[in-house]
Design a protein around this ligand. Structure first.
Ligand SMILES: [Mg+2]
Length: 301
């Protein structure tokens, strides 16, 4: 079992890692002079905050409450760079329509974008020690906006990577074993294939264009979650993993947010460069949420 203070550092590392990754990725187009991070985080962090707030308020998962929290936050700050889907679902909910039905019908079979994966860190931390329960909760939480099975499984893959990273003592990571454990959890062939590619890349040092071509760097969950996992596994430092994730381009705020969530969950808060934390918007509040989540968790252990 992970020691309690280490667990605290990992919870905080995963949530701050999400926000730092998001802001570093968004900094590609929103940076101001003398800074590396964008002055503002985007929807990835904003929704992660909503997920954490709901888990803290309800001391665990409550789907309707999580929806209400995400909608409330979106209404307050709709300018955070939300993708096209969630605002349509949230507005329909406010009009009194069934939001889950809207989510199911948004695209044929629902969305398989990476929007459920990008916000999953608080859930993954909270349920890190029970992968069966984690899967149930991630599937339910994803279906608020991402009803397609590949959207939900992508979020579960990201959540599983974070949960395994929380469970692994810093310095004791075996990347090949990590990939094997993730592969055993996947049901859909596309994720199994991508994890096989990661295993091959871990011993073949591919070029960036090979990584982009074979793992992807776009908004679909299966073209971004495996990329984030590879960025984490191919680097032994938080900072180098994030710089690599951003350098792949494409949906870089989300890919580096997801890399940051996993790397932060493994390395812990202390591994995040101070200068990035100093530039991060709302750092103290995000850290406060992670600590509250940890306190609720350790009481249950
Ligand atoms: Mg974003």
């Amino acid at each position: 079992m992970v020691e309690k203070e280490v667990l605290r550092s990992k919870f905080v590392g995963s949530l701050l890692g999400t926000a730092v990754g998001d802001s570093l990725g968004a900094g590609r187009w929103l940076r101001s002079a003398g800074r590396e991070l964008s002055p503002f985080y985007t929807d990835d962090t904003h929704m992660t905050i909503g997920v954490a707030e709901s888990l803290v308020d309800k001391k665990g998962f409550d789907k309707d409450h999580m929806l209400e929290t995400l909608v409330r936050n979106w209404e307050r700050e709709p300018w955070r760079g939300y993708g096209p889907g969630p605002p349509r679902i949230f507005a329909a909910y406010r009009r009194g329509e069934d939001p889950y039905e809207v989510a199911r019908n948004l695209y044929p079979g629902g969305s398989y974008g990476n929007g459920a994966a990008m916000r999953v860190a608080p859930i993954a931390c909270f349920y890190y020690d029970d992968l069966d329960r984690l899967k149930e909760v991630v599937y339910e939480a994803s279906s608020i906006t991402h009803a397609h099975p590949l959207g939900k499984e992508g979020a579960f893959l990201q959540a599983s990577a974070i949960a395994l990273a929380v469970r692994t003592e810093p310095g004791h990571l075996d990347p090949f074993d990590f990939v094997e454990q993730l592969r055993a959890l996947m049901e859909h062939d596309v994720y199994v294939r991508k994890l096989n590619i990661i295993r091959r890349f871990l011993s073949s040092r591919p070029t960036k264009s090979q990584v982009i071509r074979e793992l992807g760097n776009s908004v679909e969950a299966f073209n971004s979650v495996p990329t984030a996992i590879y960025a984490f596994l191919a680097h032994d430092q938080f900072e180098s993993a994030l710089r690599y994730a951003v350098s792949l381009g494409g949906d870089s705020d989300t890919i580096s947010a997801m890399t940051g969530a996993i790397a932060g969950a493994y390395h812990g808060r202390e591994a995040i460069p101070d200068r990035w934390l100093a530039e991060l918007e709302n750092k103290d509040y995000i850290e406060h949420l992670a600590v509250r989540l940890w306190k609720i968790k350790v009481k249950c252990l």
